[in-house]
Design a protein. Structure first.
Length: 332
């Protein structure tokens, strides 16, 4: 083995690889490394929309560049309420690159709950689907919240308030790379996601970058994540912090993530089987609904691991009895 071969083998272990010490402990480093390694491979899928690793990183960079035009600082939070799982994931990873956290608002939550959440988390800006804009603005106004609101899609419903159309604004940042002089040097403690407890809506739970990366490493080892895995994400709220973390862990290993509309599980089990996924991430409610469908073993037999968030101890025990051959990993 010559000097060059030995040099290349040793280089990845150097602490300064990819920038200053500690940069490898950020989501940005992991995202961009995956984008380089698996550039043209499929990464995200929801319905008919698909996105490669390269496109995912490019879209995340657009969000990051746009966010840097706002009066935001590291540790600030942007609220996000959307049915579009791919846009939610791209926004979360883009904001995380510059140290801005994402507050994930479940569109199915009662408006009274949304009002309490916004009042507690105090986001500096909000992004909502066009169809949700009217109710969202009313909820924010309830607590005299004055931060700017941006809409995904064109709000053409009668009586909807005016708001900047975010997807048009993002097109202005077609140069997707974040230049070196614009980099925000992050630490592993920077917040990435703000999750809301299911019962205690008055309290927020922050999920920082170091916690997400630690979980990604643990899942990579204990769940045996592989480069060609396809992760099926099935939940009434697929944008929860726990499921987002599993999705990121799978992407970091080079796997793809497929988000499926929660309503389809009650219509046709074959709509899930056709995705040919080897991993599944669900919440307790979705898992119970899938298990209630007859012939559900056909779906689970092909699964190497099930990741379950917010699963009761009774539901977990019932699962292990009915499907002893498929490992179940609880998410917190």
């Amino acid at each position: 083995m010559g000097f060059f071969e030995r040099y290349v083998r040793v280089l990845p272990r150097w602490p300064l690889l990819g920038g200053q010490a500690g940069e490898r402990e950020t989501l940005r480093f992991w995202i961009e490394r995956a984008a380089r390694r698996y550039s043209e491979r499929p990464a995200l899928q929801a319905g008919e929309r698909r996105m490669t690793f390269r496109d995912w990183n490019a879209r995340a960079n657009q969000y990051a560049r746009w966010a840097r035009t706002l009066p935001l600082t590291r540790g600030d939070v942007v609220a996000l309420q959307s049915h579009d799982w791919i846009e939610c994931f791209c926004a979360f990873t883009g904001f995380a690159k510059i140290g801005v956290g994402t507050l994930l608002l479940d569109p199915s939550r009662p408006m009274s709950s949304i009002i309490d959440i916004v009042a507690t988390a105090k986001p500096r800006a909000a992004i909502v689907d066009a169809g949700l804009l009217k109710d969202a603005v009313a909820a924010f106004a309830e607590r005299e919240w004055t931060a700017p609101v941006y809409t995904l899609g064109k709000a053409d419903c009668a009586g909807a308030p005016r708001a900047p159309q975010l997807d048009l604004l993002l097109r202005g940042f077609s140069k997707c790379d974040i230049p070196p002089d614009a980099r925000v040097r992050l630490t592993g403690a920077e917040i990435a996601l703000v999750d809301i407890g299911l019962e205690q809506t008055s309290r927020t739970r922050g999920r920082d970058q170091s916690r997400i990366l630690k979980t990604a490493r643990e899942l990579g080892r204990t769940a045996d994540l592989r480069r060609h895995d396809r992760l099926l994400i099935l939940s009434q709220q697929p944008c929860s912090a726990a499921l987002m973390t599993v999705a990121f862990a799978n992407l970091a290993k080079g796997g793809a993530c497929v988000a499926v509309d929660y309503a389809t599980i009650a219509e046709d089990l074959n709509s899930l089987s056709k995705h040919e996924c080897s991993l599944m991430a669900v919440d307790g409610e979705a898992l119970a609904a899938v298990c209630a469908i007859r012939r559900d073993a056909r779906l689970f037999n092909g699964m190497r691991t099930i990741f379950a968030a917010d699963l009761s101890s009774e539901a977990e025990a019932d699962w292990r009895v009915r499907h002893p051959a498929t490992p179940l990993i609880g998410l917190r």
